[in-house]
Every structure is written in structure tokens, then in C-alpha cells.
Design a protein around this ligand. Structure first.
Ligand code: CO
Length: 136
């Protein structure tokens, strides 16, 4: 298993438009994509910072994962995503090492990436995502 870089940092926000305006107007970044991911009940907005993306997450359903996160913890960093070259093997490897998984099989995330989450109870409180880009 090799984590090549931080693919993105997921940040939960109450209002996507307002958050986009902050990243564009105050930090000078450019929002290059907005995408709804019905599966995860979120609307996402993406910015590139070098090799790493900022993924803003606005909930589309209070019962969805981001809706619940915002309710419980408020706005802020939601997860860190590492790019891996073989997500299935990477999941198996950490599972074999005793890490608890949320997703035992990869699923499709935003931008068509194959993604899977590790459980924050096993990762010192940081919801951790693996993602593999198979669109290349
Ligand atoms: Co993510």
C-alpha cells in the first residue's frame, strides 16, 4: 500500500455559496466544479491547491452523513482523503491490521473516484478516506 498524497480535504459547510465566495474572494482559489452526490446526500464544490483539493460539502438532507455531522459538530474539517494506487488492496491491508472500516468495498464518490472510508474510532478521530482515480 502506498499513500501518494492527500487527494482532498473534505470540509462541511452550512451554505455552499457563502463558503465558495470565501475561498474565491478571500483566498483567491477557483471553484472548478460543483457536483451533487445523491448517494451521500451532499452537494460538493471543488478547489485545487497544488496536488490537493478542497472539497466543500453541503448537506442536501438533514438525515444524511453531512447533515448529521453539522448538527453534531458544526462546520469544519470533515475528512481527509489519501490517494492510493489500489484501493481494494489498501482496504484489505488496513483491515488485516485491525483498522475498522466503514466501507468494506469501494464505491463511487464525487468526480467518479473510487472511494472508501475508514472508521474514525480506528483512526484517532479523523474520518479517513482512501480514493483511487480510475478515470485517468
Ligand atoms: Co471526500
Amino acid at each position: 500500500m502506498e499513500l501518494s498524497h492527500i487527494e482532498h480535504i473534505g470540509i462541511a459547510v452550512n451554505n455552499l455559496e457563502e463558503a465558495i465566495a470565501y475561498y474565491e474572494d478571500k483566498l483567491g482559489l477557483n471553484c472548478y466544479a460543483i457536483e451533487e452526490v445523491p448517494d451521500q446526500k451532499v452537494k460538493t464544490a471543488f478547489f485545487k491547491v497544488g496536488q490537493t483539493k478542497i472539497e466543500l460539502l453541503e448537506s442536501t438532507d438533514p438525515e444524511g452523513p453531512i447533515g448529521k455531522f453539522l448538527e453534531k459538530k458544526g462546520q469544519g474539517v470533515h475528512h481527509i482523503a489519501f490517494a492510493v494506487n489500489d484501493i481494494k488492496n489498501s482496504l484489505q491491508e488496513v483491515k488485516d491490521k485491525g483498522v475498522r472500516l466503514i466501507d468494506h468495498e469501494p464505491r463511487k464518490g464525487a468526480e467518479g473516484l473510487d472511494i472508501a472510508f475508514l472508521h474514525p474510532k480506528s483512526t484517532f478521530g479523523v474520518l479517513t478516506e482512501f480514493c483511487e482515480d480510475n478515470n485517468k
